[in-house]
Structures are given as C-alpha cells and as structure tokens.
Design a binder for this molecule. Structure first.
Ligand code: SF4
Ligand code: SF4
Length: 354
C-alpha cells in the first residue's frame, strides 16, 4: 500500500474563463448557494484599512459566495416560540461553522492547483478599525511603513456587490436575487486570474419601500442621512444605520432610563426587554455571535416579505411567510401561561395563569 493524498495541478486553469468556470462549480459543490467573481481592479480606491491588496499584494481575483439563511430558520421567531434557531442555524452556525468549511475547502482546491487562496468567512473581530471606520486607539500598529494597521477588514457586503452577486439595499443589507436579505457572505482572495462576472444588473431588488425602516424595533435607520459610495464605477446609497441602536435592539434590549433591580443586559443597569423579546434577561450567545433576539424584524423579515410580495426573488415558496398577525410582548402586564405549561412547584397539569 502507499500513502493516499490529494492530486495536484490536475485542473485546467490555462485561461481565466476555464479557471473561473471550474472554481464556481466547485464552490456550489462545497456548499455555497451562489458564487460570483470580482477582479481586484474593482477595489481600486478602497480605504487603506479595507483594501484586499494590503492583505495579498498580488491578489488578482475575489471569489464571493452567498450562503442562504433558511426561511424556516426565521419561523420560530416569527411565531414567537423558538428564538434560538435563527441565532444558531441562521446566524452563528453559518458564520462560524458552515461558511468556513466551504471557503476552506474551495481554497484547498485552488491551492492544489498552484495558486494561493485566503479563505475568509466572517472573522473580523480582530479588525484595526471600529464600526465607523476609525482606527482603534492603542489596539495595533503597522509593521512596515506605509502599511495598514492590523487587522485589515474586507467589507463582505461590498465584496458581494463587487462580485456581481446582488445589491446593497437601503437597509445596508446585502440583497441577492435568490434570497433577498436572507444571506451571509464569504469570500476568497486569490492570486489566480479568474474571469470576472459583471456587476449585478438584474431585476431591481430594493425599491425603497422602507418596510425595513418601519419594522426595525431599534429605530436604527435614518431616512434623512444616507451613505453614498462609489463601487465599481456605480453610486450606491444606503441608510446611515445607527449601529449602537441596532446592537442594543438586536439582542432584545430597550432603554428604560431607570435603574432596574434585575436588568435585561448585564452591565447595562437600566436595560429592560423590548416588546420584541419574550426573555426576562438576554439569553447567552450561540456560536459566538448568535444573539439575534430581534430576529432581524426589519432588515430581514420585513424586507423579505416585501421582496417576496413583489415576486422579485428566485427562491419562491408555496406559502407566504407571514401567516398570522405580528406579535408584541406587553411587559406592563404579567404573563398568561397556556394550558400545558407545567412549572416544577405546581401540581402536574396545573396552569399558571392569573
Ligand atoms: S425593506 Fe424595502 S427599502 Fe428596505 S432594503 Fe428591503 S427593499 Fe429596500
Ligand atoms: S437587526 Fe433588528 S435592530 Fe438591527 S437593523 Fe435589523 S431590525 Fe433593526
């Protein structure tokens, strides 16, 4: 017997077109739901801290991949009974488990054939800039003159746009023609020259319906203040999202302005649960970042409902998503538990209602 190993340099990467076709087929095989390619020239003018060439100076291509969030993963939050699934399977699990496997496998395939590939799921926690793009004080320092401060962060939504995978909506969410806002994005940087795909020019996805703005529990969207950027020669505009407000509401928290005996968020004594959270205290994170108690009520669910109603998404369903009126928790009243809810210290079958 002999050592079994992978085979090397067997693929025909002789032209950018052949290489792109092979790489894209492999991406789907490895678990991506859509894949597109952007040439590095589209990143010309990227801010220093977000410039892929700071990471790989010889980078020629960026492979962008869309990973869908299953619509079913949002069902439990929509019904108000099963919140962890979206945080685990639709958020942290895709980000920290599924997507890395795909980008790593595809990178190995590219490297088996003699080109270098950097697999990037979503690991931007070490970035040298804050949410507003400013350098973090006393965090890290450049290692050579003229270089960025570690870590450089590639904006994944912008990458997906520049790879031709879809639009950036008013909500700042990436919208794909297959799934709308139900997407997470992974990328690979490579020094392999691949034929690029055109910037998305399909049916208009975001029509400025403002459903995202109306449904966001954190009132995080500004309708007056927007951000305009030039991406690949086109002007793209989105709402100047208040990340602080989003981050607070995202985990189900609301400001009360009054110190609480038991606060909703640890370290924030006046926080209480919002009407969009049924939890007395914020549940712990799942897969590191999974704490999406708001269930993306505005930026994903409301947007998806709007896009599905307009018939612009390719992934269609037999039944519409919203089937019952939206729920809200009235925290000014006590809970009314339903028949079948049994607490340990009550007689079996007893109902703890008032
Ligand atoms: S909800 Fe409407 S305005 Fe907001 S991103 Fe989606 S399509 Fe655009
Ligand atoms: S995650 Fe929730 S709070 Fe944040 S923008 Fe989306 S809907 Fe608003």
């Amino acid at each position: 017997m002999a050592i079994y190993t992978r085979t090397f340099n067997q693929e025909d990467f002789s032209t950018p077109r052949k290489a792109a076709d092979t790489v894209k087929r492999k991406a789907l095989e490895f678990g991506a739901d859509a894949v597109g390619i952007g040439n590095i020239e589209r990143w010309a003018g990227a801010p220093l801290q977000m410039d892929p060439k700071q990471i790989m100076p010889e980078c020629k291509s960026i492979i962008g991949m869309v990973f869908r969030v299953e619509r079913g993963s949002l069902r439990g939050i929509e019904e108000g009974t099963y919140f962890s699934n979206y945080s685990a399977m639709g958020y942290g699990g895709i980000t920290y488990l599924y997507m890395p496997l795909t980008v790593i496998n595809l990178s190995k395939f590219i490297e088996d054939n003699g080109a270098e590939a950097i697999p990037m799921g979503h690991q931007s926690d070490w970035r040298g800039i804050d949410n507003e793009g400013f350098a973090r004080e006393n965090y890290s320092r450049p290692v050579r003159e003229g270089q960025a401060t570690p870590d450089v962060m590639i904006q994944l939504r912008i990458a997906a746009y520049l790879c031709g995978l879809g639009e950036i909506g008013f909500s700042k969410m990436f919208l794909s023609p297959q799934f709308g806002p139900r997407c997470r994005v992974g990328i690979i940087l490579s020094d392999l020259e691949l034929e690029p795909d055109p910037i998305y020019n399909g049916p208009k996805l975001c029509n400025r319906c403002m459903a995202c703005v109306r449904a966001c529990p954190g009132h995080a969207f500004s309708t007056e203040k927007t951000v305009k950027v030039n991406l690949g020669g086109r002007e793209v505009e989105w709402s100047d999202l208040n990340m602080g407000k989003c981050g607070f509401a995202f985990v189900g928290a609301k400001h009360s302005g009054v110190e609480q005996k038991t606060s909703y968020l640890e370290g924030n004594p006046e926080s209480v649960p919002g009407e969009w959270s049924p939890f007395y205290r914020k549940p712990h994170n799942l897969y590191n970042t999974g704490q999406a108690v708001c269930g993306a009520r505005g930026c994903t669910r409301a947007c998806m409902i709007s896009l599905e109603a307009r018939g612009v998404l390719q992934n269609t369903f037999r039944q519409k998503f919203r089937r019952r009126p939206e729920w809200r928790v009235d925290w000014s009243t006590g809970p009314k538990y339903s028949k079948g809810t049994v607490f340990r210290n009550k007689k079996a079958g007893a109902v703890d209602a008032d």
